[in-house]
Ligand binder design. Structure first.
Ligand SMILES: C[S@@+](CC[C@H](N)C(=O)[O-])C[C@H]1O[C@@H](n2cnc3c(N)ncnc32)[C@H](O)[C@@H]1O
Length: 220
């Protein structure tokens, strides 16, 4: 797994820490070390590329949970577009601390940032209108083996994540997943019988296209 090198800013090009193997993305120490030295890196594409899709699906008064915020600017860009009830989580304590400082220094005092595992979400049932992730679920697939038939350990982790997302979404809430994972690999997981959400998607990007999945709870 990798970000889209074609669109890196100069800051990203000089500060990104590329691991020798993608398996590093499963190691919390990798992320802590990386975030200790890196202030901003935007995986895939920045908000400007999929803002039109967010505006189609997310109302400004929505309560939004972002999974695996890293050092992305997504939360502040959503906030600037009127989505002010934002909670971000990340497994990396370093990312969380730096994000808290950055948001406070820029005056985004209302955005909550918590250290938490997306496989074990510390929130009550049905408390968010929207859950969003960009490139975070992809981390779970780096040791999946054959993408047509992922290892059961991978499937179990992805299902734990999806069950948590489904649980914390309000009725009619939506899960937005921004990924390079193609529908034939994602649909079998998103469409597991226990989930009461519909699954649709758009693409965005030029040349290489990313997927913007929209899972609407209680609309099967
Ligand atoms: C590929 S980066 C994406 C960062 C950001 N969403 C973006 O678009 O630039 C993956 C992020 O997920 C975080 N992460 C990995 N596993 C996680 C987990 N189980 N729970 C929460 N965050 C996790 C990492 O610390 C990292 O910040």
């Amino acid at each position: 797994m990798d970000g889209d090198g074609h669109n890196r800013t100069e800051t990203q090009r000089t500060s990104a820490v590329e691991p020798s193997t993608a398996l590093a993305y499963l190691d919390p120490h990798y992320w802590d070390e990386r975030f200790a030295h890196e202030d901003h890196y935007e995986w895939f594409k920045d908000y400007s590329h999929f803002r039109h899709l967010i505006q189609q699906h997310v109302k400004p008064n929505s309560s939004v949970l972002e999974l695996g915020c890293g050092n992305s600017q997504l939360c502040e860009q959503l906030y600037s577009d009127g989505i002010t009830e934002m909670t971000c989580i990340d497994l990396s304590a370093v990312a969380v601390e730096k994000m808290q400082k950055r948001l406070l220094s820029k005056g985004y005092n209302e955005i909550k940032v918590l250290e938490a595992d997306m496989l074990d979400l510390p929130f009550t049932n049905e408390c968010f209108d929207v859950v969003i992730e960009k490139g975070t679920m992809d981390v779970l697939f780096v040791d999946s083996g054959d993408p047509w038939n992922p290892r059961s350990a991978t499937v179990n982790k992805v299902m734990a994540m999806l069950q948590g997302v489904h649980r914390v979404l309000k009725p009619n809430g939506i899960f937005i997943s921004i990924t390079f994972g193609q529908p034939h690999f994602r649909r079998p997981l998103f469409n597991a019988p226990e989930f009461t959400w519909s699954v649709e998607w758009n693409t965005f990007g030029d040349g290489f296209h990313y997927f913007f999945y929209i899972l609407k709870k209680n609309e099967t």
